[in-house]
Design a protein around this ligand. Structure first.
Ligand code: CP3
Length: 343
């Protein structure tokens, strides 16, 4: 099958595209008035994630407004714990909550019914491929086992994931079982997204940066490697972006050790180091989302520095983490225009 000029996919295949293609993490979100309107109509945040009609609508909104080169499926990494009956809720101003899991709960986890529960999300992927412009790359995603596990163990977000780190030291076997289980379920979920029309998938390890060296290897690298091996053994052409936020110098081996096609970089990664990483393959990133809030010279200079350092190699322009609700939509228009004027 031909994939007509999908630039993000071209970069994932190792090409240098000039100007680099662009999309933004969390590009569908509260900074957009049209998102807030649809969100209101949908009811709860999870209702939005499980409504193929509304989820497809909010995925398409930033594509219509900005013409990004990739659309990312609108959902959340926590639909997996939700499918595992952890009672997930999102309340305004408090972030996600769920029943904290313990070693007994981990022993009882079963994959039965998980893919059934996620059917509406898979349906959203199918709708999106049908509705998107042919040249827009469609990205699916899941959370990395470590990041998903941190929420499952604490039952909510924390600043440093201390509950999960402590649990892993105290109950290493139960913790390993949890990560292995999440890797298997996540691989099934990604394969279903690919089969429904996703061109590539991203694995979000947003909390990789709180791990020590040995734990990074055991909790971040190994389970992500397992997901990628499972996905690629079943869909050999699948392309995977792995984003390990805060991994710093450990990124040197991350691509090789996980077998990811591209690695996502957060804004703390020095551009000189990013250029080194780019010699081994495509990179994605890494503008500080606060520059998008600030606008003006900080925005222009941040974009320019990335383009100068990485624009002549395989680059997918993105933020170093999700865009925040305070971002001015007009600043995003300026961001896209500046990236598109490169080269
Ligand atoms: O990138 C995209 O546009 C696709 C959609 C997407 C969302 N969450 C929508 C969302 C993706 C890829 C995610 C991933 C996600 N979710 C991560 C990993 C990436 C990251 O940002 O670190 C994590 C850790 C989560 C868990 C999560 N979901 C938290 C901690 C929160 C609350 C914080 C917040 O911003 O409110 C969410 C809620 C969430 N997920 C929102 C959106 C648009 C905001 C909720 C709302 O609209 O009311």
């Amino acid at each position: 099958m031909s994939t007509p000029n999908r630039k993000v996919l071209d970069v994932l295949n190792g090409k240098t595209v000039t100007p680099p293609p662009i999309w933004l993490m969390r590009q569908a979100g509260r900074y957009l008035p049209e998102y807030r309107e649809t969100r209101q109509k949908a009811g709860s945040f999870l209702d939005l994630c499980y409504s193929p009609e509304f989820a497809a609508e909010v995925t398409l909104q930033p594509i219509r407004r900005y013409g990004f080169d990739a659309a990312i499926l609108f959902s959340d990494i926590l639909v997996i714990p939700d499918a595992l009956h952890r009672n997930v809720t999102f309340t305004e101003g408090h972030g996600p909550r769920m029943d904290p899991i313990d070693a007994d709960g981990i022993a009882k986890l079963s994959p039965e019914g998980v893919m059934d529960h996620l059917k509406p999300v898979i349906e959203t992927v199918g709708r999106l491929r049908a509705e998107l412009p042919a040249e827009t790359t469609l990205l699916g995603f899941c959370g990395a086992p470590w990041t998903v596990a941190t929420y499952m163990i604490a039952g909510h977000g924390t600043p440093d994931q201390a509950p999960a780190r402590l649990f892993a030291y105290r109950y290493p076997e139960a913790f390993k079982r949890l990560l292995d289980f999440l890797a298997e379920v996540s691989a099934d979920y990604l394969v279903a997204q690919i089969d429904a029309g996703a061109d590539a998938v991203q694995i979000f390890d947003s909390w990789a940066g709180v791990l020590g060296e040995a734990e990074f290897e055991a909790f971040a690298v190994r389970p992500v490697r397992r997901i990628i091996d499972l996905v690629k053994s079943r869909r050999p052409n699948a392309k995977v972006i792995a984003f390990a936020k805060g991994a710093g110098i450990l990124l040197r081996r991350y691509r090789q050790d996980t077998n990811a096609d591209a690695i996502g970089l957060d804004w703390s990664v020095p551009l000189s180091f990013a250029a080194e990483l780019q010699k081994d393959g495509p990179v994605q990133g890494n503008l500080d989302p606060m520059r998008v809030v600030a606008g003006g010279a900080p925005l222009r200079e941040g974009i320019d520095a990335i383009l100068q350092a990485l624009g002549n190699g395989p680059l997918i322009f993105n933020l170093g983490h999700g865009i925040t609700p305070q971002a001015d939509p007009q600043h995003v228009t300026e961001l896209v225009a500046q990236v598109r004027s490169f080269g």
